[in-house]
Design a protein around this ligand. Structure first.
Ligand code: ZN
Length: 357
């Protein structure tokens, strides 16, 4: 139920954005199905829930993907996980015609609040270059984080399956990259599996900072974080919507002329992130009928954060996709049983298929 429909609205939007479609000033009351493009339908239809499930289970199989976990083993730890992600993207990129450029983006993070020794932080980055000379410098980024954690955020060796947080987002991004690599887009799309989200958004911050230093023309960033389950803590199932978090006025440009103008004109809802979110809603709902993109007028959940934030802090429009109702028994929890209650972010608590494709 969850992973696939949650992926599809983003996918449709990404395609429309990369192909150069314009955002409408306001979303129509109901999706304009007449405006669907066959190529987008094809891509959305090619997304495989079976592959997404297999990717999630493979990522869980590394036992822990904690950022400071083993990097030498071929079977356990974050090093093995990132080498597998890279190899998988290279394999499907080659099968799709060889245009997907896959590489590691690495830096060493010094000791900080959640890093106890200097640690190599490695993002896996797959770039699909745009094909139009005039617009290939226009870039869209889509990410999930492949690191995981358990109750103690500094525990680098205990099991941390991270099936939902965030193998679900990582698997979705890998699937998007593999399907979309078979097609051409005007703009450039960067698919990223990032590390160290749980240790302070370090992987995303490194890439975003490099983008700012290079003055990249980054027109939109989407993070997929905790998108794998439709079941709430109280057992309710809602597989007909995804939350999309969109901030208002960028906090870091508090005193800029553009922000003062937004405030002076009552334009708090006119930020680039809000406009991008309206575009996601319009395009996503057009290609996945019966599924709602629920735009939440906040930067993120209350007192929580994600990999879109380093992009927002550098002035880029950036959004976060998350399932409608999180279940905290299966998030940031050691795998354990208390009575009949199973805790832990295990793959059986994700749902992979959809009742209405
Ligand atoms: Zn997460």
């Amino acid at each position: 139920m969850a992973s696939v429909p949650f992926t599809k609205p983003l996918l449709a939007t990404l395609i429309a954005a990369a192909a150069g479609a314009c955002a409408a000033a306001s979303a129509p009351a109901s999706p304009d199905l007449a405006r669907r493009q066959a190529q987008v339908d094809k891509i959305v239809g090619d997304i495989s829930p079976q592959r997404i499930e297999a990717h999630v289970r493979k990522l869980v199989g590394f036992k822990t993907r904690h950022t400071m976990s083993d990097t030498v083993s071929e079977t356990v730890g974050i090093g093995a996980a990132r080498r597998w992600i890279k190899a998988e993207l290279e394999r499907c990129g080659a099968a799709a015609g060889g245009r997907l450029q896959v590489s590691f983006d690495s830096h060493v993070a010094p000791v900080s609040a959640r890093i106890s020794r200097p640690t190599e932080i490695v993002n896996v980055v797959a770039t699909l270059p745009g094909t139009q000379a005039a617009s290939k410098d226009r870039i869209y980024v889509v990410s999930g984080h492949y690191d995981s954690r358990n109750t103690d955020v500094m525990d680098a060796s205990g099991d941390a399956p991270g099936a939902n947080d965030d193998a679900s987002g990582t698997a979705a991004v890998m699937e998007m990259a593999c399907v979309m690599a078979r097609h051409q887009f005007d703009a450039t799309i960067v698919f990223m599996a990032v590390a160290a989200e749980e240790q302070g958004l370090l992987g995303a911050a490194h890439w975003a900072e490099q983008a700012r230093l290079k003055n990249l023309n980054l027109q939109g960033m989407f993070t997929n974080d905790i998108i794998g389950s439709s079941r709430a803590e109280d057992g309710r199932v809602d597989d007909r919507q995804v939350r999309l978090f969109a901030e208002s006025i960028p906090a870091t440009k508090e005193n800029s002329e553009s922000n003062r103008a937004l405030l002076a004109t009552g334009g708090e809802n006119d930020s680039t992130s809000r406009q991008l979110a309206r575009h996601v809603k319009e395009v996503g709902e057009r290609y996945v009928p019966g599924f709602t993109v629920n735009v939440i007028q906040r930067r993120d959940r209350y007192l929580r954060g994600g990999d879109h934030m380093p992009f927002l802090e550098r002035g880029y429009p950036a959004l976060r996709f998350t399932e409608p109702n999180e279940d905290f028994a299966h998030q940031h929890q050691n795998v354990r049983k208390e009575g009949t209650m199973q805790y832990g972010d295990l793959p059986e608590f994700n749902d992979y298929n959809t009742s209405r494709a």
